[in-house]
Design a protein around this ligand. Sequence first.
Ligand SMILES: Cc1ncc(COP(=O)(O)O)c(C=O)c1O
Length: 446
Amino acid sequence: MGMLTGAETEKLHEEYVMQPWAMQGRPSLPVQKAEGIYFWDYDGKKYADMSSLLVCTNLGHSNPDILEAISRQMKSMCFMAPAYATEAKSTLAKLLVEAAGADVYRRVFFCNGGADSNENAIKMARMVTGRTKVFSAYLSYHGATLGAGNASGDWRRFASEIGGANGFVHFMNPHMYQDGYTRGVDDEACTAYFLKALEKQMHFEGTDHIAALIMESIVGANGVILPPKGYMEGVRALCDTYGILMICDEVMAGFCRTGKMFGWQNFDMKPDMITFAKGVTCGYLPLGGVIVNAKVADYFKDHVLQCGLTYSGHTLACAAGVAAVTYYTEHHICDHVKKMEAILRDFLNRMVEKHVCVGEARCIGLFSALEIVKDKEKRIPMVSYGVKNPIMPSIMSELKNRGFSTFGRENNINICPPLTITKEELKEYLPVLDDVLTWVDETYCK
Ligand SMILES: Cc1ncc(COP(=O)(O)O)c(C=O)c1O
């Protein structure tokens, strides 16, 4: 590596790489190196990674502990087939079960990323219950493979629906701001409304046909949507009533992102299965998986687990996972996140007061989003759902040009920096966002 210039790298990318979620043959920024909360392009321009890329580089770039663990593992054995026990895989499974709670959870099935983790969780739920249907929320994303794609709620599911997969049913989950509720005032009413609608839908689908209900504990890519108080507990109770297995997708919300090891630990409920990826290795190597409770684990004591991947429990990836999970606990990352959250939350709330384009700020841990509106009074989003419009991409480019790299979807600007970000780094980069919001006020809200 190091043979091509930035321009050559970009040209080859444009010509040969199939770019996800995009029309092909468009320019892509060539990136040369990454360290801490930063990455650099080939001209030496520095970008603060204020989204942890795709909310995965939780411990920042080039974390020395993870690098060292990968390099150590590489020297003894890069890969061993799933049928064999390896120290990295056995250790990581135990660490993950303990992080979730060894009183309830028993085993881990390792996968390669988020989508296939959800795919396998759904398959297990169908095997355990002997039922077919899978409930999932419209405001969600669970991955792009056939089952995970069909379970996803946002527009990214449409291509998976061509030809389809059977039994996927979507329900509307609450978005307090967009649904006209006031957080802290209307939680009870909002929860009651959405749970009633969900239960009714379950009856119409046939409660004894529903194998699983899959939800992000905190909806991530669709805008860090915090559920109203009592909602997650209510969903869990419905699953219990009707014998439905509840899967919490922790691919984005997991690994200290919300100030807890897993997002569901912010609520008074426990899912039957927990799917994870991203932060388990901070993206240094691809890894995901499903943590299952005793009910699911016990079923497979005398039934064959009909799930398998060549790279299940990939040795190098698990070594990276052991290092990352150990780092989260030994460096008290959740405590640090809570401290940084206070600074971030305060800033975001000030943005709501200051800017006409900011309708709402949502923040839990270092997982946050601003809701961009064109009419604050009436809560009218800057761009209607499903409408192609250049405004949000132009806001993202404006941020990136000023060295603040993040992503957003629909009307959200997500702010989810590496969890290792310092107070000084936050205070240096948040004013960039403030300036860009002033530009948005002046450009799009006049
Ligand atoms: C909540 C959630 N689940 C699943 C996925 C899919 O993960 P992957 O892209 O690793 O397949 C994502 C990806 O962003 C996600 O945010």
